[in-house]
Design a protein around this ligand. Structure first.
Ligand SMILES: [Fe+2]
Ligand SMILES: [Fe+2]
Length: 289
């Protein structure tokens, strides 16, 4: 199934409860900081949804390698959720009502999608979201400038999450293709929904967070306009990976065509040697700067 080995790593400590992590973890950039903070609040519900949608098909699979890949995928996502919950506790201390965000996200993903839509479609949504998270990994670490002035602990958390997203990027996709036998149209429709949901949620949640930071309507408008330009401008957040995102719509697409994340081996070598994920994140970042 997946050609990239999936290595579950457990109990990583990023020291996310350190009091000296700045309120905006990217220096002098409230918009970008809250952009990634908004992303962090999407993981607890999102990843539980992904795990359940893949589990739906587990009983129909007999190939031991595929079953092992699913197990490792679930172990990785479980750890991601745990660490993002720790991170989100930081956001609560900023006066952000994270529980409200999670409740609304849960109502959408589980109260509506899981309840009302076919399991094959929710699996297609999972495969699409997994492609987007793996591509976000590329957006962050093919271009290290994004996190140039970020707090090393938060940056390291995203580096670890990014590497594991690349490792397990094909699991949901292969179950969707080989077991659920989802067709091309449904696969693409789910990707359109995943992209729209992602954009709307990031915009709404980051705006709410900036409001909690005390920015007025006009100040937020300015910050968001500047932030929007950073997202879409040539050489910005999205344009270097736009081709990779759109490749999902090619009829013969497979996630393993997306290529390796540069610096991945350096991260793994440093982590295996030191068991220090913050140092591994620093080494990864320095190699690409
Ligand atoms: Fe994840
Ligand atoms: Fe994932």
């Amino acid at each position: 199934m997946s050609h990239t080995p999936i290595v579950p790593r457990e109990k990583l400590n990023f020291h996310l409860d350190d009091a000296d992590i700045p309120r905006h973890f990217i220096k002098d950039d409230p918009y970008r900081s809250r952009f990634f903070d908004a992303l962090s609040t999407m993981f607890p519900v999102g990843e539980r949804f992904f795990m359940e949608c893949v589990r739906d098909y587990r009983s129909q699979i007999t190939d031991p390698q595929v079953l092992q890949d699913i197990k490792d995928f679930i172990r990785q996502e479980g750890q991601h959720t745990m660490v993002h919950n720790q991170y989100n506790a930081r956001l609560k201390a900023h006066g952000i009502d994270v529980d409200m965000i999670l409740r609304k996200h849960d109502a959408w993903m589980f109260g509506f999608q899981r309840k009302r839509l076919p399991k094959s479609y929710t699996l297609a949504l999972t495969a699409a979201a997994e492609h987007l998270t793996a591509i976000s990994a590329h957006a962050l670490f093919d271009n290290r400038g994004v996190f140039e002035t970020a707090d090393p602990r938060v940056r390291a958390m995203y580096a670890w999450h990014a590497i594991e997203e690349v490792e397990h990027r094909a699991v949901a996709y292969d179950v969707m293709q080989k077991t659920a036998k989802v067709g091309y149209f449904v696969r693409c429709l789910a990707m359109v929904e995943a992209i729209v949901t992602f954009l709307v949620m990031i915009a709404v949640i980051s705006n709410y967070m900036l409001k909690c930071d005390g920015y007025s309507f006009m100040q937020r408008l300015k910050l968001r306009a500047k932030g929007f330009w950073w997202v879409v401008k040539p050489g910005g957040f999205v344009s270097p990976v736009l081709g990779k995102i759109l490749s999902y719509f090619k009829p013969g697409f497979h996630p393993d065509q997306t290529g390796a994340m540069p610096g991945c081996n350096l991260w793994m070598e440093t982590y295996e040697r030191t068991r220090n994920p913050v140092l591994a994140g620093d080494v990864l970042h320095a190699a690409g700067a």
